[in-house]
Design a protein around this ligand. Structure first.
Ligand code: ADP
Ligand code: MG
Length: 351
């Protein structure tokens, strides 16, 4: 039945608006872990420990040994758009840290219960404080602390019934978190990462700093992956086409998997670039049809003003200036490396 009059437009409650926005930034437990670990990395931590209960729905706890948070900043820490990393819009062009919009912690407080414990250098004790809907629930309380920050996110999506239900039925939240930390650990090879299920005695993932990328990949993904890897690198420094540097490892014909693993960092930011992934898959399908689902680790560095990191609320997908040129160049090196290794292999088999 068509109503006689048009429906009246009204302004949504701020709390509703905030919760909707928060649900976009924090889509699943793994998105909260990513934001928290990136904050720890931005705080120059050398050790980051993650504890998870119920795939992250009951508890996500991230502890680091970074620079900590000043006592005076705790009052506004979890408000929307409060950040230590960005002040003008122009800063966005040269942003080096992973966070920048001051939205992550705030978002978590709109869809979960957040408790922060932190200590800064030279202090005798730390402070602990809990947040809800962007604000402190009480004055920070002195607490024992050694170094850095610990953030606890409890009862994620407690106020989003539908989201909670769908997530409760999906068993893969823990493995998504493990997969994320594996990715971080093979890029940030100087940082120790650990992941543990709450109450478990041992860790599911534990990495120790190393100076070799290949060692890191071997310890995290196993010898069977590491021994199939070929080192690749390329760069371009032509302002009229593209400026970038790329280095990484790609699997050869001995790596056979059901799906592609593409670990991509652009300017040290863990991102997805669907176009690049497709382009590489095409090269593999044409060159090594039997090993067409490769393992790829790739780090691309380009001038910060050539990357738009602000195209997606989760900052996951990025777009690059001269993307086609860059992708074509990367495709060319991948192809030549694969051909060389294939020829070497065939030659070895013949002798
Ligand atoms: P952003 O990272 O975009 O600045 P966040 O909401 O993730 O926004 O964090 C807000 C601010 O809180 C950061 O700018 C930083 O100053 C501080 N912060 C968050 N986590 C940590 C941490 N683990 N160690 C030190 N400071 C932190
Ligand atoms: Mg952040």
């Amino acid at each position: 039945e068509v109503p006689k009059e048009p429906p009246k437009i009204h302004r949504l409650d701020e709390s509703v608006v905030n919760r909707i926005a928060a649900g976009e930034v924090i889509q699943r437990p793994v998105s909260a872990v990513k934001e928290l670990v990136e904050n720890s990395l931005d705080a120059h931590s050398s050790s980051i420990n993650v504890v998870v209960k119920d795939g992250g729905l009951k508890l996500i706890q991230v502890s680091d040994d970074g620079h900590g948070i000043r006592h005076d900043d705790l009052a506004i820490l979890c408000e929307r758009h409060t950040t230590s990393k960005l002040s003008t819009f122009e800063d966005l062009q040269s942003i080096k840290s992973m966070g920048f919009r001051g939205e992550a912690l705030a978002s978590m407080t709109y869809v979960a219960h957040v408790t922060v414990s932190t200590i800064t250098k030279g202090q005798l004790h730390g402070y602990r404080v809990s947040y809800r809907d962007g604000v402190m629930e009480h004055e920070p309380k002195p607490c024992a602390a050694v170094k850095g920050t610990q953030i606890m996110v409890e009862n994620l999506f407690y106020n989003m019934t539908a989201r909670r239900k769908t997530l409760q039925n999906s068993a893969n939240d823990f493995s998504n978190i493990e997969d994320l930390l594996k990715r971080f650990s093979i890029h940030h090879i100087n940082v120790n990462f650990s992941l543990r299920k709450h109450g478990a005695s041992g860790a599911d993932l534990h990495t120790v700093g190393t100076s070799s990328r290949l060692d890191a990949i071997r310890s995290v993904y196993g010898v069977s992956v590491a021994r199939t890897l070929i080192k690749i690198e390329t760069s371009d420094n032509d302002p009229s086409s593209s400026i970038f540097k790329m280095n990484g490892f790609i699997s050869d014909s001995n790596y056979v998997a059901k799906k592609i693993t593409m670990v991509l960092f652009i300017n040290d930011r863990l991102v997805e670039c669907t176009a690049l992934k497709r382009a590489i898959e095409i090269v593999y399908a044409a060159t090594l049809p039997k090993a067409s689902k490769p393992f790829i680790y790739m780090s691309i560095v380009l001038p910060p003003e050539h990357v738009d990191v602000n195209v997606h609320p989760t900052k996951r997908e990025v777009s690059l200036l001269n993307q086609e040129v860059i992708i074509a160049k990367i495709q060319a090196v991948v192809e030549s490396k694969l051909r060389n290794s294939n020829e070497a292999q065939t030659f070895q088999e013949q002798i």
